[in-house]
Each structure stands twice: as structure tokens, then as C-alpha cells.
Design a protein around this ligand. Structure first.
Ligand code: MN
Length: 247
């Protein structure tokens, strides 16, 4: 049983080589995986709708379509802060299943907690307010009904605003709060939490209430590119090209 996890691919026309790698992975060894999870920020630009005809977006949709056409593949997608507004239409078009943040899954009967990770960055109070606003179902509905040109204009403005609000830094720069991590692990009664968002790839061991828990942080695809592989009761990271070569 193999389960693959990626996040923070930030695919865009600026990094065509990463798009190629994504295609190679999905139409290559990922077909043999029992499940493939994308835990947010598949896109780099704020996702504004399936009618956004930028070629990268259409190419990504095609790759996902080709992947889910295959027999027995399971593609799960969690929204990240770049793709808050991924909707039912996107799921129908690509064949992926959109999962909520947070989500619990079972791997070999162990309950695992999956998150994008931005909700763990509770020290960034401004961002949390912004997130609450932008993910409000009414705001999402209202936004989705606007003409494409208006959505583009707003997304462009939002990008400028968030950049300024966090002193020209991406929200990813701010790390998770230990308190929020412990709370999430306690609330969900898990020993393993997997998240992305911070781009600080690592496997942390934490002691909570005398029990040892694991916080696995997925790596981004900006400079490097990483997949987390769950196989034979164990987790390991591999660079994408290496994973393709080995499988
Ligand atoms: Mn993120």
C-alpha cells in the first residue's frame, strides 16, 4: 500500500519545469499509488475559476483529468491559501475529490490528521482574519458569480494587499504556533499530523501528554520538489525525479 502526499507545488507559468515534473509524476509512478493527496497550493496564482483560460491552469486540469481517467486511482485535493476557492466544478472537471481542512484519514488503521497548515499559524492574527473573510461561504458564492474580468481584477488587488499586509512576505514565511499544533493533535486524537504551507520540510517528533507524536511538514516545489511516501508503515521524503527513477 502506497500513499503519496504533496503540497505547495505553486505551479505557474514561471516554472514550466515543475509543471513538466508534475505531469511525469502523475502519468508515471503515481498511477500505481493507492491514493494521491495534494494538501493545498497546487497553484501559485490565486485560483479564480475554471474559466480562467491561462494556459498553465488548463494544462493542470488536463493532467489531473488524464490521471483520474486511469483505473483505481484516488486523487484527493485540499484547498490551500492560493486555491481557497477551488470548487465543485473543478472537482467534476478533474475527477479529484476535494477534502476539507482538516481531514482525518486512516493509514494501516492509524488515524492521521491532514491540514494545509495555514490555520496553525495563529500568531499571524491579521492573516487569520483575512482567511476567515475570504473563506466565508457567502463571500465565495458572491465572488464566483462575478464576471471573470472582475474576479481577475480583485485577485490582482488581493495579491498586492496581502503582500503589503505582511511586509512583502508570503504568508508561508510565518511558521506554525506550537500551541496550535498541540491543540490540533489533541483535538483529533492522533499521533501523526501532516501539513504543508510553511515550506519547512521536516519530520518533527513532539512529546504531548507523555505520548510521542509526529508532525510531518511537506516540502514545496519552488526550488526543490518533494513527495512524501507512505509505504510499509513508514514515511519518507524523496525528490520527484528520484521517485520517478526508482519506480
Ligand atoms: Mn499555503
Amino acid at each position: 500500500m502506497t500513499t503519496l502526499f504533496v503540497s505547495d507545488l505553486h505551479l505557474s507559468q514561471q516554472r514550466p519545469e515543475k509543471l513538466k515534473l508534475f505531469k511525469k509524476l502523475l502519468l508515471g509512478p503515481a498511477i500505481k499509488a493507492d491514493a494521491f493527496y495534494i494538501l493545498g497550493d497546487l497553484f501559485d496564482d490565486f485560483w479564480i475559476g475554471c474559466d480562467d483560460i491561462r494556459s498553465t491552469n488548463q494544462e493542470i486540469i488536463k493532467i489531473l483529468q488524464n490521471y483520474t481517467e486511469k483505473e483505481k486511482v484516488n486523487l484527493y485535493l485540499m484547498r490551500g491559501n492560493r486555491d481557497f476557492h477551488l470548487n465543485k466544478k473543478f472537482a467534476e472537471l478533474t475527477g479529484c475529490k476535494i477534502i476539507k481542512d482538516p481531514t482525518n484519514i486512516y493509514l494501516n488503521e492509524e488515524k492521521i490528521l491532514l491540514m494545509h497548515g495555514d490555520t496553525l499559524c495563529t500568531d499571524d492574527v491579521k492573516y487569520q482574519y483575512w482567511r476567515k473573510f475570504i473563506t466565508n461561504p457567502l463571500i465565495k458564492l458572491f465572488y464566483s458569480k462575478m464576471p471573470l474580468s472582475v474576479r481577475q481584477f480583485i485577485a490582482y488587488g488581493v495579491r498586492g494587499y496581502t503582500a503589503k499586509a505582511i511586509k512583502k512576505k508570503s504568508p508561508e514565511i510565518i511558521d506554525v504556533s506550537d500551541k496550535a499544533v498541540i491543540k490540533a493533535i489533541r483535538d483529533h486524537e492522533v499521533k501523526t499530523l501532516i501539513h504543508g504551507h510553511t515550506h519547512k520540510r521536516a519530520i518533527h517528533h513532539i512529546d504531548i501528554d507523555g505520548l510521542s507524536a509526529k508532525r510531518i511538514v511537506l516540502g514545496d516545489w519552488y526550488k526543490e520538489d518533494w513527495v512524501l511516501i507512505y509505504d510499509k508503515n513508514d514515511f519518507k521524503f524523496q525528490r520527484i525525479a528520484d521517485y520517478i527513477k526508482d519506480h
